[in-house]
Design a protein around this ligand. Structure first.
Ligand code: NAP
Length: 455
């Protein structure tokens, strides 16, 4: 007798969704997996979050293809949960639903002036220059001479790099032509990356921090005063567990030695500024400056928060990108933990509003553990989710469900034009072909209509 097949729907086809599928395939159980995706294209964060000039990292998509092409896996794109299909409808067809829908929204600072023209949350810019269909209406004026990026994480570094690279350097990325045209008007001469705490608390990884210093015709500098550490920061730096920060500190020492070149107008100046907490944005309709409070740190090593000093520092600029983290979206009344909006879960199992686990519902990736870690972190997280699914599978298999066949019947009844993986490959090939003539890795279609039109 054949083993009963666990029918699993995965919501979201970013790295986490693929890694959950992979862990299920490798678990040895008999499984049928449907990978549901809102857009016609797979890969989520890899296609639309990883910086367009980090093509090597984007090549992870090739490895994910082998998962999508496994006989147990079906990719169904252009199917949005809550719009084209409800959670209740999916539940009718599957034993297990795993939410891997990521965290698409930027956290806002909630300070005065955030609505001014020129102030944007980082995902507006990232989505736009990565060709995400939901962000193509965004408008940016790069003809200002100064931009401020708020936050000291890798996303802030990505943005500083894209803002500082020359248009010729950007042409070899997969930034779509419409965005390249706007970026070609770029006149930025100063880019400030501003953090509210010090060099030891910055969340960069060393590779990314180091890469910033390699950009042609740019000077990356920081005020050496910030490297004179107070006792708690020195203890934090010296801690043997803090290897990344120790490496970052060395890179920062080299940037401190560039401080004297800060006024060299022949180069784009990238300045890393510390101990400044954004207080408000000023301007009349259009942003003209950011006012910051200077800060000091209070607390014990690894637990130091910033407190504000009196007086404000003004930083004139025409553009601000806030890069202070991400949060999830509210979906189908599922309970979330504010402010990050992770799905409320216990051992990857979703909790209902009564605090009890809901049978068959799980989460993996950022929506489970918050917006941290590199892409590889999601593999471990996905394995942990699948381990918990496997423990529950004997009980879950007691119910008989139709799986993919049932879902397809529903989608067909609704006349929904879903996109299969073979369809995606047609779109993919066309994008690569269009890119080839432009000397780029690909020229992305930036609307869903364009993607569907080539099928
Ligand atoms: P992040 O690493 O958490 O950094 C967020 C930054 O925002 C921190 O400096 C934080 O300062 C600051 N911040 C938060 N709230 C603030 C506020 N109210 N006012 C001022 N500053 C505030 O987040 P991220 O840069 O968005 O990155 C998310 C994850 O993606 C990270 O794990 C990152 O490594 C990963 N990522 C990796 C790559 C790569 O590997 N190439 C590229 C991009 C992103 P505090 O520390 O003071 O809170």
């Amino acid at each position: 007798m054949s083993k009963p097949e666990l029918k699993v729907a995965i919501i979201g086809s970013g790295p986490s969704g693929f890694y959950v599928a992979d862990a299920l395939i490798n678990s040895g159980i008999s499984v049928e997996i449907t990978l549901l995706e809102k857009l016609p294209c797979p890969y989520g964060l890899i296609r639309y979050g990883v910086a367009p000039d980090h093509q090597k990292l984007k090549r992870i998509a090739n490895t994910l293809d082998t998962i999508a092409e496994h006989p147990s896996v079906t990719f169904l794109g252009n199917v949005e949960l809550g719009k084209d299909i409800s959670l209740e409808e999916i539940k009718l067809n599957y034993h297990v639903i795993v939410f891997c829908n990521g965290m698409p929204d930027s956290i806002s600072l909630g300070i005065d002036g955030e609505q001014l023209v020129g102030v944007s949350p980082c995902n507006d810019l990232i989505g736009w220059y990565n060709g995400h269909p939901d962000y193509q209406e965004q408008e940016f004026d790069f003809e200002h001479d100064a931009a401020v990026v708020i936050g000291h994480g890798n996303v802030a570094i990505d943005i500083c790099r894209i803002l500082s690279k020359s248009i010729d350097e950007l042409r070899s990325s997969d930034i779509p032509e419409n965005a390249l045209e706007v970026l070609s008007k770029k006149k930025l001469k100063r880019v400030h990356m501003v953090g509210r705490r010090g060099p030891v608390q910055a969340k960069f990884t060393t590779k990314e921090l180091h890469e910033l210093g390699k950009l042609s015709n740019c000077n990356v500098s920081l005020d050496p005063i910030h490297l004179n550490l107070k006792s708690a920061c020195q203890q934090e730096l010296d801690d043997t567990s803090n290897i990344v920060v120790q490496k970052n500190y060395k890179v920062m020492q080299s940037y401190a030695s560039n401080f004297s070149e800060l006024n060299d107008k022949s180069k784009t100046q990238i300045s890393i500024d510390f101990m400044l907490n954004p207080k408000c944005f000023t301007g009349d309709k259009q942003l003209s400056s950011v006012l910051f409070e200077q800060t000091y740190l209070e607390g014990t090593p690894f637990n130091q928060t910033c407190k504000s000093l009196e007086g404000l520092i003004e930083m004139p600029c025409g553009l601000v990108f806030t890069s202070v983290g991400f949060r999830g979206t509210l979906l189908e009344n599922l309970p979330v933990n504010e402010p990050k909006r992770t799905l409320t879960n216990q051992n990857s199992k979703l909790l209902g509003s009564d605090g009890k686990t809901v049978e068959g519902l799980y989460a993996a990736g950022w929506v489970k553990r918050g917006p941290q870690g590199v892409i590889g972190t999601n593999r471990e997280c996905a394995q942990n989710t699948v381990d918990n699914i496997l423990k529950d599978s004997p009980t879950l298999l007691e119910t008989s469900v139709e799986g993919k066949a049932g879902l397809l019947t529903m989608l067909n009844k609704k006349n929904r034009r879903y996109v299969t993986f073979e369809d995606w490959k047609v779109i993919d090939n066309k994008e690569v072909e269009n890119g080839l003539v432009l000397g780029k890795p690909r020229e992305k279609f930036v609307t869903v209509e364009e993607m569907l039109a080539c099928l």
